[in-house]
Design a protein around this ligand. Structure first.
Ligand code: GDP
Ligand code: MG
Length: 436
């Protein structure tokens, strides 16, 4: 999509003034690009019309930099489409805040309960997880395992009680045990059916949740939009969690869902791990879709610095997922010559915040170098073999602590992921990757 839109905008570049025809031509391509991204056609129609109203006429035509103006308008409207500024959970003034999950089977509800508990715990909350799916055989166990990993209790009454009774009992339990948030997992179905909706409606009536979060699988594209619409009409939802964004290259669902339901996407699921739930930033998503993030600047900077051959090798490695600590060290030194690291990371839309832990100062970089130097070649190439005793040895060898080693391993994993994302992104932009 980024590619397509970029093309459309490229056509607008370098023209002193925009005629109405220019705007129309560009918008026709924007329209095609959005449709290709699997955005709901009604949404596209509405969107394009809105842009046209804003763009054609004085706003664009009077502007000194018309192309930029159109891009700005499109970006703003895309952001608006996805719910405007990032919205958060509305916490109850009188705790516990009750959050109820809803959604089809396999959308990611149970996983999201665990992830959300972890996220809220980091914010100082003390959530109680509630096993409200009594149909899927392994659902209770699945939640219990997640609860253990987050280290927060899971309230369960087995699979013989009514979900309404379970939810009510859970809230009493939360009140007496000082839990300020209750997150209720619920059952799903493969398709929307009345029985499911009735059950959810009954739970809603009984516990009056502060937030009903609809969990939808972004990879289901247009279906996700229909699902969201049905749930909103039947149950009433307060927000959306869009899961599996790590596997969705098109972004159509994200664009359509909030427009169709009028409800904001509050969180995005970017992977299967507990840390992979992030607050959803519509503006970042819009920039990413437009391919306007400073990714291009980053790539340019990188191209200046990277030896072309090395970059090509690196690209190969990324594709094969062979990024090692040797490369990490190599990269680190190259990046060191490129400029302040946090500034560089900030240029990648959507990952700036994700990589907050990566902020390092020079002393930190020296430490990392020392740690990597204390690794065996085998450990550098296959970091997954670095177990407890190896960590101890590396820490001793480099004059650091096991915590330092753990942090570096975590950073390495994040970097590996980021490098992969960059590899994907540069491919998507049609530049053929980090070629010199
Ligand atoms: P539920 O039936 O709605 O409770 O769905 P689950 O929570 O059991 O999730 C179904 C599957 O989707 C599991 O294998 C999850 O690991 C996976 N999943 C959930 N969220 C994400 C996500 O954001 N990204 C990816 N890649 N997988 C996810
Ligand atoms: Mg489940």
């Amino acid at each position: 999509l980024a590619d397509k839109l970029q093309n459309a905008f490229d056509k607008l570049k370098g023209k002193g003034k925009l005629s109405e025809k220019d705007v129309k031509t560009a918008l026709r391509e924007v329209k095609l690009a959005l449709l290709e991204a699997d955005v709901n056609f009604k949404v596209v129609k509405k969107f394009v019309k809105k842009i046209e109203e804003r763009a054609v006429g004085h706003e664009v035509l009077d502007s000194l930099t018309p192309a930029q103006q159109v891009i700005k308008v499109v970006n703003e409207e895309l952001t608006d489409l996805m719910g405007g500024s990032q919205s958060k959970i509305a916490f109850a003034s009188n705790p516990p805040t009750v959050i109820m999950m809803a959604g089809l089977q396999g959308a990611g509800k149970t996983t999201t309960v665990g992830k959300l508990a972890k996220l809220l715990k980091k914010q100082g909350k003390n959530p109680l997880l509630v096993a409200g799916d009594i149909y899927r055989p392994a659902a209770i166990k699945q939640l219990q395992v997640l609860g253990e990993r987050v280290d927060q209790p899971v309230f369960s009454m087995g699979d013989k009680q009514d979900p309404v009774d379970i939810a009510k009992a859970a809230i009493s339990n939360a009140e007496s045990n000082g839990h300020d948030v209750v997150i209720i997992d619920t059952a799903g179905r493969l398709h929307i059916d009345e029985e499911l909706m009735d059950e959810l409606k009954n739970v809603k009536k009984a516990v009056k949740p502060h937030e009903i979060l609809l969990v939808v699988d972004s990879m289901t594209g247009q279906d996700a939009v229909n699902v969201a619409q049905s749930f909103d009409e039947a149950l009433g939802i307060d927000g959306v969690v869009l899961t599996k964004l790590d596997g969705d290259a098109r972004g159509g669902a994200a664009l359509s869902i909030s427009s169709v339901t009028g409800k904001a996407i509050k969180f995005g699921g970017f992977g299967e791990k507990l840390d992979d739930l992030k607050p959803f930033h519509p503006d970042r998503m819009a920039s990413r879709i437009l391919g306007m993030g400073d990714v291009l600047t980053l790539i340019e900077k990188a191209e200046e610095q990277f030896d072309a051959k090395k970059a090509k090798e690196l690209e190969e490695k990324l594709r094969k997922q062979e990024f090692t600590f040797e490369d990490f060290l190599d990269q680190m030194n190259q990046v060191r010559n490129m400029g302040p690291l946090d500034e560089l990371l900030g240029m990648i839309p959507g990952v700036g915040k994700q990589l907050k832990g990566l902020k390092m100062d020079e002393g930190e970089l020296d430490k990392i170098e020392a740690i990597i130097n204390s690794m065996t070649i085998d450990e550098r190439r296959h970091p997954e073999i670095i177990n407890g005793s190896r960590r101890r040895r590396i820490a001793d060898g480099s004059g650091t602590t096991v915590q330092d080693i753990n942090r570096l391993l975590k950073q390495f994993k994040q970097t590996r992921k980021m490098m992969k994302q960059m590899g994907d992104m540069t491919k998507g932009l049609g530049g053929g990757g980090l070629k010199g």
